[in-house]
Ligand binder design. Sequence first.
Ligand code: UGA
Length: 462
Amino acid sequence: MAIAEPFRNHGCDFFVKFIEIFLSMNITFIGTGYVGLVSGIMLSYFGHNVTCLDTDKTKISKLKQGLLPIHEPGLEQYLAICTKEGRLNFADAYSQELQNSSAIFITVGTPSSPSGEADLKYVFEAIDNVSKWASVGCLIIIKSTVPLGTCNLIREYLETKNYKFHIAANPEFLREGCAVEDFLHPDRIIIGTNDEQSRKLLEEIYWSLTSQNVPLVNTDVSTAELIKYGSNAFLAIKIAFINEMANLCEKSGADIKKLSQGIGLDSRIGQKFLKAGPGFGGSCFPKDILALSHIAKKYQSVCRVLDAAIEANGERASDMVKKISEAIGGNLHDKNLAILGLAFKAGTDDVRSSSAIEIIKILQSQGANITAYDPVAITNALMLLPELQYANSAMNACNNADAVVIITEWPEFEQLDIDRLHAIMKSPTIIDLRNILNPEVVIQKGFKYYCIGGYMSALAKS
Ligand code: UGA
């Protein structure tokens, strides 16, 4: 697809070609993490000439060979199309090539510093490097999640060095595992600028989407920065809330699945992000809600719900371990546990701040013997837990287990051969921390079944 795709179906070939040539732009992305790589490849697919730059030479060398350094469904196909059409390039060093870019997206990481604030060292490193090569008047777009005030800070920093660039904030809302779909069908595009020229340029970059009526929110840079944190924090709070409701359901005998459905059908609330589970993880929610809490404190603005959600989620892993321990009789020492799922959610190989990793660490500290399996995340898990025993299939992990603990909602775990599982386990106990199995079926097959916030937990105990 190219920029003017919406018109292609109407037989306006000449017009399409004209728009493509007219709006196609030279764009560089600095940083090839999830956001940079997906956005870079997809903007190239929309017809722009994109260069993805990363100083990690191994990553860039792989990308040049058509190999993705991340697991992201669908992305490989777009990488191949854009490379073949000659609109996508990769670079492993800053160079004068940057002079040709009208827009440079900064998509480097903003990890939590020890205090919980976002660490901006990679952003400023990128700005320093870009400013050495980019042309005067070029638009630098901050796509990394940065605290309120960062774009203005960058502008002031560049002004002290006499560099003349425009700065914009354009936060991203891609979810790992469905980032391509999210890019093609966003709920909205946020454009934060403090000048008309930058706003127009960003609107042209996203023309393929805005021409299909994707809502556009034009605002100032600071509000755009805060929209990103506000969105992630709100969703994290929603999950923390439903997890606490799950605790209440367990104690009162109510059913969390029906509760989520009943609450979520109210269109003002919505059904998404109301699945109770082992706690929110990943490289975004835990980091961003913490950073927003710091921002609020910095401005002496009281935001109690943020801190409550941080605290509730912080206790989730140890609550899950308590649940597992109770399910197998109260003592984890020398118990064989099969852990199914290491990624922080299904559809990704990312294990950063994954509940599975946190839970495994506590289980190990209490003497449990663990064998873990994940369809795609073992390589990454090995870096965090090199001593852990890994299996090459779910069934192999469950062999001779006292209990199976499902932590990531991979579809293949829903399809487990329950009869075979029953035959190979030492004791048929399933602790389903994602509520993906059918309780009636597994209980009827003779398993002790424990889930999150369900009446079935109570039923299994009785
Ligand atoms: C999140 C946001 O959803 C994206 O919009 C945003 O762009 C991204 O962060 C980012 O800031 O870069 P992501 O971290 O990929 O995306 O994952 P989510 O799908 O949002 O899930 C986050 C965590 O919440 C996972 O651990 C997931 O298992 C958990 N979750 C999600 C639940 O426990 N219950 C739910 O109902 C939904």
